[in-house]
Design a protein around this ligand. Structure first.
Ligand code: URA
Length: 239
């Protein structure tokens, strides 16, 4: 791994959940930080992150520049880093995966379930979310009324939905076992888009789950509310 020169207090606070820069400095002062076998008492001291071995209170603190997490989002959580009222998806990240600067790369509604990627890699998130990337997202949809054949053409032609927004051409795939269910494939992510598209067709979404982004499927073993660490190359599949 390429090393990166940084202050030891920054290293510690960026790699350990709930440890601020101030806390990291205090840990140094107390002699609880060891770099390559030597106690480092000054948080300002520079280290080579990714090369030097750092322990805090005897525990190894391995360096990860960025973290990529797949979450199976349950209902009731909002896709933001802060919310006055509702719990955020960040609260579902276990401490061992948590890093400062994590955010959800893309949003699902509070009542939508499924695949959300969390990362602190702004560049990759930007690529993933840019409308120019045309990353396809697949949703499983349950409806109030049965699907109709005319939906295929409506989706294909690029629907105008409430408020005058015009959608890019989208795809719908029927599920033969149940005519009130389908998959929808979108290459953009406008606010409440799936719900508004069906609303325009006088139908209502009663359950919505994102199951795929690009070539990355939601892991079928992941329970609602669970996280899974991904590798950079897994996330690149999205692009
Ligand atoms: N479309 C919606 O309506 N809601 C979501 O959460 C995602 C897509």
């Amino acid at each position: 791994m390429k090393s990166e020169i940084m202050r030891v207090d920054k290293y510690i606070s960026s790699q350990l959940n709930g440890v601020s820069r101030k806390d990291a400095k205090a840990l140094c002062r107390k002699g609880e930080v060891v770099v390559n076998g030597s106690v480092v008492k000054n948080g300002d001291e520079k280290i080579a992150a990714g090369k030097d071995t750092v322990t805090v209170q005897g525990e190894n603190v391995a360096y990860k520049k960025y973290v990529y997490i797949m979450l199976n989002k349950p209902q009731g959580y909002v896709c933001s880093t802060k919310d006055g009222k509702s719990p955020t998806v960040l609260e579902l990240v276990p401490p061992e995966l948590y890093q400062n600067g994590l955010f959800p790369a893309g949003r699902l509604d509070k009542d939508t379930e499924g695949l959300v990627i969390l990362t602190n890699d702004g560049e990759l998130a930007h690529k993933m979310l840019s409308p120019k990337s045309h990353v396809e997202k697949k949703y499983y949809v349950e409806l109030e009324y049965p699907v109709q054949d005319c939906y295929i053409k409506e989706f294909e032609k690029g629907m105008e939905i409430d408020g005058g927004d015009v959608c890019l051409p989208a795809r719908i795939e029927f599920i033969p076992e149940n005519d009130k269910t389908c998959y929808v494939y979108l290459k953009q992510g406008m606010y409440h888009q799936v719900k508004r598209m069906f609303g325009k067709l006088s139908n209502n979404v009663v359950y919505l789950k994102r199951v795929k982004i690009g070539d990355l499927d939601l892991n079928s073993n992941l329970e609602l509310g669970q996280c899974l660490e991904l590798l950079h190359k897994d996330v690149e599949k999205i692009l």
